[in-house]
Design a protein around this ligand. Structure first.
Ligand SMILES: Nc1ncnc2c1ncn2[C@@H]1O[C@H](COP(=O)(O)OP(=O)(O)OP(=O)(O)O)[C@@H](O)[C@H]1O
Length: 388
C-alpha cells in the first residue's frame, strides 16, 4: 500500500487546483478488469471491463439497478468484487482500502458534516493529511473560488441552498487534490434549473483542473451533455462505451438505441441484401437501410429474416403531399393525426399504414392540420436495423 502512495506522489505532475495546459492523454488512470459481483442470488455485475483515460470525464449511464453505483463503489474500494481487479494509475488497488486510493467523492445526498462550517468541512481532509494551517487556508480559498462559493466559509450546511451544498461537497472533494474524482448522481436532488447550471459548472471545473472523473447518472441528457465518453450499462453488463455523439448516432445495440433519445420502431422482413443496402418490406412498402447500420451481435442478415427497424423522430423528414417528394430517398404517404407545438419545433404524429409515427421538425407548413396528407421519408443512413 505504501508502494501505491509513493508511486502516486512521484507521478503527480500538477497540482489539481491549478489549471492544466495539457490533459486527456491516452494513458489509463483507471482500469476495471473482469469484475463480477453478486448479492445473494442477484448478479449485479456480470463481467465489467472498463478503462478511464487520464483527464477524461467518463459517465456510467443506465437504468436504475443496472450496477452503476456498484461499479463506482468497486473503484472507490467501498465494495469488493467476487472476481476481477481494479487498477488506479497502473497500480493494482483491488485490496487497497478506500482512504489509501487518493479519491474525492460526491454523493447524491448532501454528505457534508452538519455540525461544521463550510471552512471546517473543507479543512477536515486537509487536517487528516497533515497540511499546515496557512496552507489549508490557501487551498480552501482556491477550492471555494472554483465553485463560486467564496465568502460563505462561516456558514453551516443548514444555512445553504441545495445547490450551494453540492458546490461545497464538490469543493471538499477537490480540496485534497485527489487523483480521481468520483461523482454518484450528485445533481439528482436538485431542481431542473439548478441541475442545468451545475452540470455546466462541473464540466468547466473538470476541464479546468483536468482531474480524471467518473460520473454516475441515469439521466441521458446529463450524460450526453457532460461526458467525454459514456458507458451505457444494462443489467450488470456494458452495452457500449463511446463518445456521446457516437452513442446517439451509432448505437451498437437495440437497448442503447431505445435508452438514449426517442425512437420509432417498425417490424418488417428483409427482402434483399446487397453490399451497400438492405431492403426491408414493411407492410406494403419497401424501405432501405445502410448495410453498416445493423445493431446487435447478428449482423449477417439475409432475405426473409424478420427485423425491427428504428428511426429517431428528428430524422424523419416531412413534406407537403403537393410538393415533389423526390428529394427524399425513401418516402411514404401518411396522414397527420396530432400536432404539438413545442416552442422551437413541432412534434407531429402521423399515421403510416395505420401505425403512429412521431416526427420532430422545425419546418412547419401552416396549412397542416389533423387529417392533412403528407409525405414522410428518411435517408438509409439514419435508419437502424436489428434482427428479431
Ligand atoms: N449492499 C447491497 N446488498 C444487496 N443488494 C444490493 C446492494 N447494493 C446494491 N444492491 C443491488 O444491486 C443492484 C444494482 O445496484 P446499483 O446501486 O449498483 O444500481 P444503480 O445502477 O446504481 O441504480 P440506481 O440508479 O437506482 O442507483 C440493485 O438490484 C440493488 O438492489
Amino acid at each position: 500500500m505504501e508502494v501505491l502512495k509513493n508511486d502516486v506522489e512521484i507521478k503527480r505532475t500538477h497540482t489539481h487546483l491549478e489549471p492544466v495546459q495539457q490533459k486527456g492523454t491516452n494513458k489509463n488512470d483507471v482500469e476495471v478488469k473482469g469484475a463480477f459481483k453478486q448479492f445473494g442470488s442477484n448478479v449485479v455485475l456480470n463481467g465489467i471491463d472498463l478503462e478511464v483515460k487520464q483527464g477524461e470525464l467518463l459517465t456510467l449511464l443506465g437504468p436504475s439497478g443496472c450496477g452503476k453505483s456498484t461499479t463506482l463503489n468497486l473503484i472507490a474500494g467501498f465494495l469488493d468484487a467476487d472476481q476481477g481487479e481494479v487498477y488506479i494509475k497502473g497500480n493494482n488497488v483491488t485490496k487497497v482500502p478506500p482512504y489509501k486510493r487518493d479519491l474525492g467523492m460526491v454523493f447524491q445526498t448532501y454528505s457534508l458534516f452538519p455540525h461544521m462550517t463550510v471552512y471546517e468541512n473543507l479543512s477536515f481532509g486537509l487536517k487528516l493529511r497533515k497540511v499546515g494551517k496557512a496552507e489549508q487556508k490557501k487551498k480552501i480559498s482556491k477550492a471555494l473560488e472554483l465553485v463560486k462559493m467564496s465568502g460563505l466559509e462561516n456558514r453551516y450546511p443548514r444555512e445553504l441552498s441545495g445547490g450551494q451544498r453540492q458546490r461545497v461537497a464538490i469543493s471538499r472533494a477537490l480540496v485534497v487534490e485527489p487523483e480521481l474524482l468520483l461523482l454518484d448522481e450528485p445533481l439528482s436532488n436538485l431542481d431542473a434549473k439548478l441541475r442545468h447550471e451545475l452540470r455546466a459548472e462541473i464540466k468547466r471545473l473538470q476541464k479546468e483542473i483536468g482531474v480524471t472523473t467518473i460520473f454516475v447518472t441515469h439521466d441521458q441528457e446529463e450524460a450526453l451533455s457532460m461526458s467525454d465518453r459514456v458507458v451505457v450499462m444494462n443489467a450488470g453488463k456494458i452495452e457500449q462505451i463511446s463518445t456521446p455523439t457516437d452513442i446517439y448516432n451509432h448505437p451498437k445495440t437495440e437497448f442503447v438505441f431505445q435508452f438514449i433519445g426517442k425512437s420509432n420502431c417498425f417490424e418488417g422482413k428483409v427482402s434483399e441484401v446487397d453490399k451497400r443496402r438492405i431492403s426491408v418490406k414493411i407492410g406494403d412498402d419497401i424501405t432501405h437501410v445502410d448495410a453498416d447500420n445493423i445493431m446487435g451481435n447478428d449482423s449477417n442478415l439475409k432475405a426473409g429474416d424478420e427485423v425491427k427497424m428504428y428511426i429517431r423522430p428528428e430524422k424523419v423528414q416531412i413534406v407537403p403531399v403537393e410538393e415533389t417528394a423526390l428529394s427524399l430517398f425513401d418516402y411514404h404517404k401518411a396522414k397527420i393525426s396530432q400536432i404539438n407545438y413545442l416552442g422551437t419545433s413541432w412534434e407531429i404524429n402521423v399515421l403510416l399504414q395505420g401505425k403512429s409515427v412521431q416526427v420532430l421538425t422545425s419546418s412547419f407548413n401552416s396549412s397542416w392540420q389533423n387529417g392533412s396528407e403528407v409525405y414522410i421519408g428518411w435517408s438509409p443512413s439514419e435508419v437502424m436495423l436489428v434482427k428479431k
